[in-house]
Design a protein around this ligand. Structure first.
Ligand code: PLP
Length: 420
């Protein structure tokens, strides 16, 4: 049986998979089972932030795997303590504490649970707990029952009702609508600084600042979902700081790029006080309130320490900014009728297609059409919504690799929609 046949027989068909069978990776390249190489600008959807099989990450995993792979969270785990210190001191740079999960959806569930605890501590005037979290249309927060309910896309929720109650979806970048939506049971606002899955939609700095002011006025928690955009991808160590650096959040979730391919996620909660008695927000998540068997185990934390150490040691956020500028400069000279816009920030970029020039075809969206052509040309990308082709190269991508990708992209767009 081929891999595809084995999949079809034994794996739940929750994904529409490409026929490609990747078997090896190095840096920005992967090879398939026939030996064909691909320039990988999908990188496991923003996961392999150092490229494939980065030597420092491989060494860290090998050494830790041979020393101590896993112990229970009932014990002190030095790698977990150190990783939390690095995240707080070197990345968030605000007082707070971290919980480690295995994925982004779980990290968001943790933020939602923190909001519920806060809603019990700081109640409505009538005495009932607050519980409602406001999120945004086209957002994506994950596939667990909690994070799916937080996600503002009906296609993700179809057939899974009744959903976890306590969420409402507001139009993205519309501060007036958000301000009008807050009601007594509202307790938090959860925002992706850039909506990745939703089409590479950037929150405006005014929107982020307006939300922060609204949260302060109405005693709401401000949460950022940085699962896709965090840890350098937007050109700053933390994603929200690329938009509104002065804003102070109450919670942040991450996963994907923080492990470089090793499955690990986390959420951070601010140590700020929430009442006149000096009770802190972090104290609400007390012993017994939350847990994870695997989250924060020595192996995962050793991997993430290697990744985050490389991101800050090699100043990869600066490379993300520099490569974005090079990409924008090149694309601005193309005059491609296929391209409506280049959206995004740092190395989370969306090439938005002109659907009159590249229409949907054979059940494929315009973005899927272009992604399939790029794959034929030896380049991996991923759609973001129906109209955007997403580039998510590793944060250490070089000038030569970006130039190679630009050449393939331009050739593909010109072939699909020639200049008239
Ligand atoms: N939040 C955002 C912004 C994401 O992009 C994703 C995944 O794409 C998630 C949450 C869910 O993360 P995971 O698939 O690790 O559960």
């Amino acid at each position: 049986m081929t891999t595809a046949e084995t999949f079809a027989r034994y794996v739940l068909p929750t994904y529409g998979r490409y026929p490609l069978v990747p078997v090896r990776g190095e840096g920005v390249r992967v090879w398939d089972d026939a030996g064909k190489s691909y320039l990988d600008f999908c990188m496991g959807i923003a996961v392999c932030s150092l490229g494939h099989c980065h030597p420092r990450l491989v060494k860290a995993i090998q050494e830790q795997a041979g020393t101590l792979m896993h112990v229970s969270n009932l014990f002190q785990i030095p790698q977990q303590a150190e990783l939390a210190r690095v995240i707080v001191e070197d990345f968030v740079k605000l007082p707070g504490k971290v919980f480690f999960s295995n994925s982004g959806a779980e990290a968001n569930d943790g933020l939602i649970k923190t909001a519920r605890r806060f809603g019990h501590a700081k109640r409505q005037a009538c005495g009932a707990a607050r519980y409602e979290v406001l999120t945004f249309s086209q957002s994506f927060h994950g596939r667990t029952l909690g994070s799916m309910a937080a996600t503002g896309q009906t296609k993700i929720q179809e057939g899974f009702d009744p959903l976890l109650p306590g969420f409402r979806y507001l139009p993205f970048n519309d501060l007036a609508a958000l301000e009008a939506a807050v009601r007594p049971e509202t307790v938090a606002i959860l925002l992706e600084p850039v909506q990745g899955e939703g089409g590479v939609n950037l929150a405006t700095p005014e929107f982020v600042r307006g939300i922060a002011a609204l949260c302060k006025r109405r005693d709401l928690l401000l949460f950022f979902d940085e699962v896709q955009a965090g840890f350098g991808r937007l050109g700053e160590p933390m994603a929200w700081r690329a938009l509104a650096p002065e804003v102070v959040p109450d919670g942040i979730s991450w996963a994907k790029g923080m492990g470089g391919g090793f499955p690990i996620g986390a959420f951070w909660v601010s140590d700020r006080t929430i009442d006149a008695d000096g009770k802190t927000l972090t104290s609400l998540m007390n012993p017994g309130s939350h847990g994870s068997t695997y989250g924060g185990n020595p192996l995962g934390c050793a991997a993430s320490l290697a990744v985050l150490g490389t991101i800050s040691g090699d100043d990869l956020p600066a490379n993300a900014r520099n490569q974005e500028a090079r990409i924008r400069a090149a694309v601005s000279t193309w005059n491609s009728p296929a391209l409506a816009e280049l959206r995004g920030l740092g190395l989370l970029l969306g090439f938005v297609l002109n659907s009159e020039k590249i229409p949907a075809s054979e059940g494929k969206t315009p973005a899927q059409v272009v992604v399939a052509h790029l794959m034929d040309q030896g380049m991996l990308t991923v759609p973001a919504g129906p109209h955007a082709v997403r580039w998510l190269p590793p944060l250490n991508v070089t000038d030569a690799e970006v130039d190679e990708a630009l050449a393939i992209m331009r050739r593909t767009l010109d072939a699909l929609a020639p200049c008239s």
